[in-house]
Design a protein around this ligand. Sequence first.
Ligand code: 4NP
Length: 165
Amino acid sequence: MATPAPSRPSRILFVCLGNICRSPAAEGIMQQKVKERGLSSAFDIDSAGTYGGHAGDLPDPRMRAHAARRGYRLEHRSRPITTDDFDRFDLIIGMDDMNIENLRRLAPDADAWTKIHRMTDYSRRYAHDHVPDPYYSGADGFELVLDLLEDACDGLLDHLAGTDE
Ligand code: 4NP
């Protein structure tokens, strides 16, 4: 894939509620995909939650186990989003309506507001309009999250590389 060399890394922050299921999985998947494309140095990828109650925790063991079966090691430590993140990152990508609403409430200015996007806006193969919270779901919920995130990360990468239609 021909990718224009960016002058500085694209800084992407994935955001969900607890930062122990969806957003750390998105972070791990995206990191793996940029690595596979030889683009690790072109990206700065992180994740955060709008709720800080799990701060310092590794991802949920169920999310780690399902991700590990697909070859992703999730070792992010949960952290709450801060106002500084709106300066530090170029794209702030929420998983569902509640995440987007919370992010818009936290955005310090109009520039920050324009950085907020929805993960499923980058979907290619799925028509879902959000990545559902798997916390109270069974194994199927975690598998669906991974399916949606893998697909949307591909779409996001193509979008950033300018190779999407
Ligand atoms: P996440 O999932 O937002 O994908 O990390 C959740 C994690 C924890 C809780 C809810 C959702 N919780 O209620 O503690």
